[in-house]
Design a protein around this ligand. Structure first.
Ligand code: 6PG
Length: 497
């Protein structure tokens, strides 16, 4: 029970909501909790009592939630993205929420839904959002928080979010829970921008995961390395420039034995990947914005392809994969090549993600601070990596950086590691090992480094069959021409505006 009004309410006490509530209690806040499922309310109450910190008030109704909060009321929603958000909001409106109250959507909502909700609800209360990354452990002991909405609301929320967020030290390394340090929580900008940035985070997460999986596949399939040994290689890589949470957990996963069969557990897990949709949203957004993110898109396709298990099984039995049997692979060399390939491909995936954020920020008129975004991703979130400190440094030195690949630290790394990356892709291709992420990143890099692309021929093709016109290299770009490809005499005409 609380003896005074609560600082914040948590509606939705599933794993994320409950852990965020416990994290708030750990930081001595007073939290009111509600869930339609009484069992979840009881579980939160029991865990809060065991914790013995802060004050937790379990509420039986939204009316009770509203009467238990200091004003302006701050109400965080931790419910599934989509209809559930609007349904809880409708109930809050019925229960008497007021114009100055702040409702924070902490789910993985689609950013355009967040913008629409802000427009729909802003006369009734202040709609705010905070995208949370870090899964259940992050929520409990320090997530990365990407807040957006009206800046005045942020003033009320900031102390709580900064308290519960993951913290880093001066060199960007994650500190233990409840340490003081730089919080991985930031106000990203106007409505929708926080969810947008989180969506791109997830797109990068998809790419990062896929790239690691491709390396595992090569090591396992070509070098016949047992899962445990691959795990050891990953654990070693995790001590260097490839240090990341995803590398760390992959190393751990690969060294885990299945209690039932005593085989590596990973080999007992069906190779069909699930997805909730945020990676897909990132890929779709990149296509719509005309901002290429091929490595992220390939990571989404790779999950879809993994789902075609029956078709893959049939093709594997029916089609002959002709590989270069003459090629000889030295184990140590191949491992080194894959290390460098992983680094370079990962860098391209991040470059694509940051370019995407930049493009959409221009389209939406958001002033995104990329150094700040890289900083809050250094800890707490799923893509946390040592590498993010270098990205933060790059954007701190040059806030208007054209593309992450052009930063001097990264361009130097690309120079050093590029040949190994090419060899890894070439070997995988010659040996029939699918590596869509690593190879699409190399294609992105090569296209980005090509002053001339064959789009001249493509424009000519478009003009040939559809009179779609083209620009000439010897004339200003806005002057358009059409060639009479099928007429005699074949002449070029300038198309006037
Ligand atoms: C995070 C994660 C989190 C979650 C995704 C995974 O940042 O904490 O990204 O949001 O794990 O929902 O989504 P998929 O099910 O699509 O892999």
């Amino acid at each position: 029970m609380t003896d005074t009004l609560c600082n914040i309410a948590m509606i939705g006490l599933g794993v994320m909501g409950r852990n965020l509530a416990l994290n708030l209690l750990d930081n001595q806040f007073k939290v009111a909790g509600f869930d339609l499922n009484p069992k979840l309310v009881k579980q939160a109450q029991d865990e809060a009592s065991q914790l013995g910190k802060g004050q937790f008030l379990s509420c039986q109704s939204l009316a009770e939630i509203l009467s238990s909060l200091e004003k302006p009321r701050i109400i965080a929603l931790s419910v599934p993205a989509g209809k559930a958000v609007d349904s809880v909001i409708a109930s809050l409106i019925d229960a008497g929420i007021e114009a100055n109250d702040i409702v924070i959507d902490t789910g993985n909502s689609l950013w355009t839904d967040t913008i629409a909700r802000d427009e729909t609800y802003n006369t009734l209360f202040k709609f705010f959002s905070t995208a949370v990354s870090g899964g259940e452990i992050g929520a409990r002991f320090g997530p990365a928080l990407m807040a957006s909405g009206c800046a005045a609301s942020w003033q009320h929320i900031q102390p709580m979010w900064e308290a519960i967020a993951a913290k880093v030290d001066q060199s960007g390394l994650q500190l233990p829970p409840l340490s003081s340090g730089e919080p991985c929580a930031a106000y990203i900008g106007p409505s929708g921008s926080g969810h947008y940035v989180k969506m791109v985070h997830n797109g990068i997460e998809y790419a990062d995961m896929q790239l690691i999986c491709e390396v595992y596949q090569f090591l396992h399939q070509v070098l016949n390395m047992p899962a445990r040994e691959i795990g050891q290689v990953f654990a070693q890589w995790n001590k260097g420039i490839l240090n990341s949470y995803l590398m760390e957990i992959s190393a751990d996963i690969l060294q885990q034995q299945d209690p039932a069969t005593k085989k590596p557990l990973v080999e007992m897990i069906l190779d069909k990947a699930g997805q909730k949709g945020t990676g897909l949203w990132t890929a779709v957004t990149s296509l719509e914005a005309g901002c290429p993110a091929p490595t992220i898109a390939q990571a989404v396709y790779a999950r879809s392809l993994s789902g075609l298990k029956d078709q893959r099984t049939l093709a594997a039995k029916s089609l002959q994969v002709i590989t270069d049997t003459a090629i000889s692979i030295n184990k140590d060399t191949a491992i080194e090549q894959l290390h460098d390939a992983l680094y370079c491909a990962k860098l391209c995936a991040y470059a694509q993600g940051f370019e995407l954020m930049k493009t959409t920020a221009q389209q939406q008129d958001w002033q995104l601070d990329f150094a700040s975004i890289a900083k809050i991703w250094r800890a707490g979130c799923i893509i946390r990596a040592i590498f993010l400190q270098s990205i933060a440094d790059a954007y701190t030195a040059q806030p208007e950086l054209n593309n992450l690949l052009l930063d001097s630290t990264f361009s130097h790394e690309l120079e050093l590691r590029q040949l190994n990356w090419r060899k890894a892709v070439a070997n995988a291709s010659l040996l029939g090992v699918s590596c869509p992420g690593i190879s699409s990143a190399l294609n992105y890099f090569d296209a980005m480094c090509s002053e001339t692309l064959p789009a001249n021929l493509l424009q000519a093709q478009r003009d040939y069959f559809g009179s779609h016109t083209y620009s000439r290299i010897d004339r200003p770009e806005d002057e358009k021409f059409h060639f009479m490809w099928n007429q005699s005499p074949r002449t070029e005409v300038k198309i006037s505006d």
